[in-house]
Design a protein around this ligand. Sequence first.
Ligand code: ADE
Ligand code: ZN
Length: 338
Amino acid sequence: MDIADFVAGLPKCELHLHLEGTLEPDLKLALAARNGIDIGQTTVEQVRETYRFDSLASFLAVYYPAMDVLVTEQDFYDLAYAYLTRAAAQNVRYAEVFFDPQVHVGRGVPFESVVRGYHRALQDAERGLGVAGALIMCIVRDLPADSAMATLEAALPYKDLILGLGLDSDERGNPPAKFAEVFSRGRAEGLRLTMHCDIDQQNTTEHIRQALEDIGVERLDHGTNMVENPRLVEIVRQRGLGLTCCPISNRFVTGDTKAPVIAALLRDGIRVTVNSDDPAYFGGYVAENLVTLALAADLTQAELVQLERNAFDVAWLPDDRRAGYLAELDAYAAQAGA
Ligand code: ADE
Ligand code: ZN
């Protein structure tokens, strides 16, 4: 079977997807019109022209201003439902998705509009599209630690709608340790913990060490620079932690998919997963990321199945639901002879 066809049918689990990173140009234009906002572009091609960057910092400089078109609860709903529609079409069965409330609250949008819009979309998608999901609230690491704590406190009344706490945005000069208290409080409040350790960042192995040893995260988002210190790889292996890799995003922000290191970690028994990151900006959802990695690293069908098994294994799912998804995956692999 052709690799793209095999990937298309594979039951998938998405663990590294920023909802704000799914803002496709057509939806951006529609939301701008609905809210009476002049974004300076009037066609999809013009918006796409602005989606240009070659580093994490230059990406974020485009990404945050684009969010201005998100104003009402319905806007957040529409953004998430549009993503979930695409995900369902790629046979994503379950998705744990990031959102960045500080950026919206900082523009005067009530926290409640963000979380209720996203949550309602997840509920409707589970019923109407057959894709289930959960929210991971991210702390924007280039904002001060007291803003992060205030955001966590603002989220507590909606704790039942939020599964996890993450850390994203510009890593330079913003180590995990800056947010030790916030993550400790998040854990005490029952949130699951993950953090971005972006690719090829300054002090990357120290940041990964802090995330693993000082914070005690349950997953690492990106995190493949841990190969620079074998002790870190051993910690990840012993704890069975997941790594949420995003090859197409890597190519945009570093010029390299990092396929060899991702594949080497997979083949070394680390629970590597493949994900989309900011697909509207990087031009590939999870299926395209899987195909990109498969072609670059010559993955077998069995290895593609293993990537999804890893994702369902490290997802923050109740055991009975996890078992259901894994059974679907096994059935697919068996019928394809993978
Ligand atoms: N926010 C959205 N995408 C991100 C990424 N790839 N790294 C850090 N922060 C992000
Ligand atoms: Zn990310």
